[in-house]
Ligand binder design. Structure first.
Ligand code: FES
Length: 121
């Protein structure tokens, strides 16, 4: 059997782009900030060694996680104190519940975050 179809069903999809988000040094150690990136609100935290990025919206009632206290690798939601691990987005009281986390990298003096486009409603 001969096929003239030249599409490659096994081709890898293009990975999401890295977006420049904030200059290194603009987030103090132990704090987070919220940014709009690719149509989503993303919280970026700096633990003194690395930057971590996660979905900014708390899955409980939508508070901004980027404004919550950040200690020992966990951010505490400012409204009702749910805590999330910034490394993998897991809820500290029930790791089965997670928020999205996103890869980060440094490019010169910029922190870049790899964020897929927001889903369309
Ligand atoms: S809105 Fe985050 S714990 Fe309630």
């Amino acid at each position: 059997m001969t096929s003239t179809d030249t599409t490659n069903d096994n081709a890898s999809p293009t990975p999401p782009a890295f977006h420049p988000v904030v200059r290194t040094g603009d987030i103090p150690v132990g704090e987070g900030r919220t940014f709009e990136v690719a149509g989503r609100l993303i919280a970026v935290f700096f633990d003194g060694t690395a930057y971590h990025a996660m979905d900014d919206l708390c899955p409980h009632m939508g508070a901004s996680l980027g404004s919550g206290p950040f200690t020992d690798g966990c951010v505490t939601c400012p409204w009702h104190a749910w805590r999330f691990t910034v490394a993998d987005g897991s809820w500290c009281d029930n790791p089965a519940l997670k928020v999205d986390v996103f890869p980060t990298r440094l490019s010169g003096d910029m922190v870049e975050v790899q964020v897929p486009p927001a889903p369309r409603c």
